[in-house]
Design a protein around this ligand. Structure first.
Ligand SMILES: *Cc1c(COP(=O)(O)O)cnc(C)c1O
Length: 357
């Protein structure tokens, strides 16, 4: 069976060596030695000054919205994983959708200003499939209207934009280290900010507001990751360069052999060093997509409809019409992409798509 992705499992002995340290320390959570080591190694790998590793990629969105959203309107993208919009509703803010760019698939920055009201507090945009949003335009709009910018960078591990880590942009960036993501700790995630005062608040918020055992520094929640998850991250991290190189091989193979005259692939923004995280293809219509999906499924190949449905059509979210996002969501399929994928299997996938597209 070939799925859209396959979780990378490091050699068991290497994971066990980290477990041995946990047993020796007799320490499982509350920012233990392995969590601190993982944060240090990620800072080096990503070339960032600050990182706070968390228990998943959703709680960082909630914490950032709790601190910066103020219960107001949050301008956001309808083309993302549901966690992006759900976090807004969960934090008692109101999502205000702005349609996406038809080729970059990120929020259409030219439509943001028209959606701003006196209740708007933040822009929460997703670097979808690791493709950066128009960071400069969004930054200028935010500055002009005194808004905060949160980037859901769940897909963007290792991406650089203009020579800097993508996580360095916006007031806050978040990442997910879920097992299906590029880099993983089983479950996990991270928060990034360059603002020292905000970092302080994010830090206390992710640990119940604890300021030592007996005092509190504001409201908090439990966003802590355990030593067991940090061990997985430490065992996976040394393989990232190989994983990304192998994924590049797969992406290059698709690019070379897929007949691209009737299907659209992701347009990566200039000045980006991309991470080969997803391979979305957009078909001419949904009927073609369903036909391709059915034929692949019959061969035990399971691409995923990332992201369907367009989030503005989810029942608890608003009903604003988003024609580009709805059109793309109905026609996009993410093809299998992972390091171990064999050329022989890729040929089979490509042959089916080239015949049916
Ligand atoms: C995976 C994902 C999340 C949530 O991350 P978890 O670690 O699963 O909580 C948030 N946003 C996007 C865009 C994602 O793909």
């Amino acid at each position: 069976m070939i799925n859209v992705t396959q979780t990378f499992f490091p050699p068991l002995e290497e994971y066990q060596r980290y477990l041995q340290r946990i047993w020796t320390n007799q320490w499982l959570t509350n920012r233990g030695e392995l969590v601190l080591e993982l944060e240090e190694k990620l800072k080096t790998y990503l070339s960032v000054d600050h990182i706070l590793v968390t228990n998943n990629g959703t709680i960082p969105l909630q914490i950032a919205l709790k601190l910066l959203g103020n219960g107001g309107e949050i301008i956001t993208t309808p083309f993302s994983y549901v966690a992006t919009s759900a976090a807004i509703v969960w934090e008692h803010c109101t999502p205000v959708f702005v349609d996406i760019h038809p080729e970059y698939l990120t929020i259409d920055e030219t439509k943001i200003e028209a959606a701003i009201t006196d209740k708007t507090t933040c822009i929460l945009a997703t670097h979808v499939f690791g493709n950066p949003c128009h960071i400069e335009a969004i930054g200028a709009i935010a500055e002009k209207h005194h808004l905060k910018v949160i980037y859901d960078a769940a897909h963007a591990f290792g991406v650089t934009y203009k020579g800097k880590s993508i996580f360095e942009y916006g007031d806050v960036s978040t990442c997910s280290f879920h097992a299906t993501k590029l880099f993983h700790t089983g479950e996990g995630g991270a928060l990034f900010t360059k603002d020292a005062e905000l970092e302080h608040q994010l830090f206390y918020s992710h640990n119940f507001g604890h300021n030592g055992p007996l005092a509190f520094h504001g409201l908090g929640v439990n966003g802590k990751i355990s030593e067991l998850q940090a061990a997985m991250g430490l065992a996976v991290l040394p393989y990232m360069e190989t994983i990304i190189a192998e994924r590049k091989r797969v992406v290059d193979f698709y690019n070379q052999h897929l007949n691209l005259d009737k299907i659209q692939t992701l347009k990566i923004r200039v000045n980006t060093q991309w991470n080969y995280s997803y391979y979305p293809v957009v078909f001419k219509d949904e009927v073609t997509l369903l036909q391709v999906q059915k034929t692949l499924n019959a061969e035990q190949i399971f691409p995923r409809r990332y992201f369907y449905p367009s989030l503005n059509t989810v029942d608890y979210l608003s009903g604003q019409k988003m024609s580009v996002s709805e059109s793309i969501a109905a026609r996009v399929l993410c093809l299998p992409l992972y390091a171990e994928l064999k050329n022989m299997d890729l040929e089979k996938i490509i042959c089916i798509i080239n015949t049916l597209k």
